[in-house]
Design a protein around this ligand. Structure first.
Ligand code: SF4
Length: 130
């Protein structure tokens, strides 16, 4: 398979605790916990968007630019069909301030005092203005 230079997730296994917080937020289902560590088993599933970065409590996730296989949307589509019955990929995220779910309002990952959490777009002004 051809290789391209693009952004892709990098996982520092020394920092990863295997908590699994990064699994469900990945819209492509690219991250798995294998032997207690987060892994991207098939790199064509990772689009390098970096949504997982904000939820990692240890800073184990970063984006790097390097040679790898191209992102494959068709592979993601097929892969996601296999995740429907896997609970670790189907956790509904909630705003930690008001409890609204990702199905009702867009949520964004935030980090404060070393803790990662989610906040909905309606509650963001509360974070900014108190
Ligand atoms: S959120 Fe961070 S520490 Fe937890 S499994 Fe993912 S990479 Fe590892």
């Amino acid at each position: 398979m051809e290789k391209v230079k693009r952004k892709i997730i990098k996982i520092d296994e020394d920092l990863c605790t295997g908590c699994g917080k990064c699994v469900s937020p990945c819209a492509e289902g690219a991250i798995e916990i294998i032997d207690g560590k987060a892994k991207v088993r098939r790199e064509q599933l990772c689009d390098g968007a970096g949504f997982c970065l904000g939820v990692c409590p240890t800073g184990a996730l970063t984006l790097e630019e390097r040679e790898t296989v191209p992102f494959d949307e068709h592979a993601v589509h097929e892969h996601k069909k296999t995740l429907a019955d896997k609970p670790e990929y189907n956790i509904t995220m909630k705003c930690h301030l008001c409890g609204t779910t990702e199905h009702d309002r867009p949520l964004l990952p935030i980090k404060a005092k070393g803790e990662s959490d989610w906040v909905c777009v309606k509650c963001i002004p509360r974070l900014i203005h108190g």
